[in-house]
Design a protein around this ligand. Structure first.
Ligand code: ZN
Length: 98
């Protein structure tokens, strides 16, 4: 049993946040706070930081696919934003329709 046994399960949330940073969607304080969330978790933020984090990141969160109401996992969340709020499966189906 090692130290890593206590790591949070990675469900793609941190990758999603990293994508927002890497693609230049977050700036200044919002970028710094998001890096803190990736490194230390959302519980490490003060209430003011949490407010700023939510305010900046919520625009990119699509929990339900706009085409068919599918649940969108964190691992597809950034792509869903790029697709106009639909999951990768629906984006694929739309592409076939065109
Ligand atoms: Zn869908």
């Amino acid at each position: 049993m090692g130290f890593n046994d206590h790591m949070e399960e990675d469900d793609g949330y941190k990758d999603f946040l990293q994508s927002l940073i890497s693609n230049g969607h977050l700036e200044g304080a919002a970028e710094g706070i998001t890096k803190k969330v990736i490194a230390e978790g959302v519980d490490s933020l003060s209430s003011k930081q949490k407010w700023l984090f939510d305010k900046n990141v919520e625009n990119y969160i699509t929990s339900e696919c706009k085409r068919a109401g599918c649940d969108i996992p964190w691992s597809e969340m950034y792509e869903a934003h790029d697709n106009g709020g639909i999951c990768s499966w629906c984006a694929h189906m739309n592409a076939k329709d065109d």
